[in-house]
Design a protein around this ligand. Structure first.
Ligand SMILES: [Mg+2]
Length: 231
């Protein structure tokens, strides 16, 4: 068996993302400290964000709208325009945050692209994800980009078929067990987890340890070793 297509996640796999969100959470909590403590703010924001994902999808823009809604609700409408403005600015800051590939990622992609077609598969906002890929300078390593609303077995099946392959002869790699690993295994493909120290609450799931088509690797640079084993 040889792997024809390698799907690669973007956020927290190619570049840092979750730390940017954590920093914005901190700013948000500081700005609204007079209305509620940090735990209450975090709980309310998480509830609003979860409900809003169905409408706004994933990404920084939807998150900004959720922060604004939380601010208005938790303050019973007493939040100042100045604070709302600062939340808006914090959201905008996330959109233009400098993009830098994680250490070793570029070398790893150089190596991997000779072993199969590389497809970037990421959830989120089309405009922002494309801007991040352009800013990272990694775009030329990929023969395709799939920006999807959700990572499900059906979406993986269709994405790999669109690029002339099938899930069974493809491998997906990323930092989220819930999005990059479990649905890819369910689609019949191979999946490699590259853990990232911070995991977004909504991406938590148990690792499928012992699954024959699953492996945890420390860095993207160690993926070729597993590809050799598969073939
Ligand atoms: Mg990710």
């Amino acid at each position: 068996m040889s792997i024809k297509i390698i799907g690669v996640d973007a956020d927290d796999t190619l570049w840092h993302n979750e730390p940017v969100f954590r920093l914005t959470h901190k700013k948000f909590n500081d700005l609204l400290g007079e209305f509620a403590d940090e735990d209450a703010l975090e709980r309310r924001l998480a509830d609003i964000e979860r409900a809003n994902i169905k409408t706004y999808g994933y990404g920084a823009k939807g998150f900004t709208l959720s922060m604004l809604q939380t601010a208005m609700e938790i303050s019973d409408g007493n939040v100042s325009t100045k604070v709302l403005r600062e939340i808006l600015d914090a959201g905008r800051e996330m959109m233009v945050h400098p993009m830098e590939p994680l250490p070793g990622v570029e070398e790893a992609l150089k190596d991997l692209k000779d072993r199969g077609s590389l497809i970037l598969i990421t959830k989120g906002d089309l405009f922002h994800q494309e801007s991040k890929l352009a800013a990272s300078g990694l775009g030329s390593y990929f023969s395709g980009v799939e920006i999807v609303s959700e990572k499900t077995p059906e979406i993986y099946t269709k994405a790999f078929a669109r690029h002339g392959g099938s899930a069974e002869t493809s491998l997906m790699t990323g930092n989220s067990v819930k999005s990059d690993i479990l649905p890819m295994l369910a689609a019949g493909g191979y999946a490699a987890l590259i853990p990232y120290p911070l995991v977004w609450e909504m991406e938590r799931a148990d690792k499928p340890d012992g699954h024959p088509r699953y492996r945890e690797v420390e860095t993207l640079g160690l993926l070729p070793k597993w590809l050799d084993e598969i073939s």
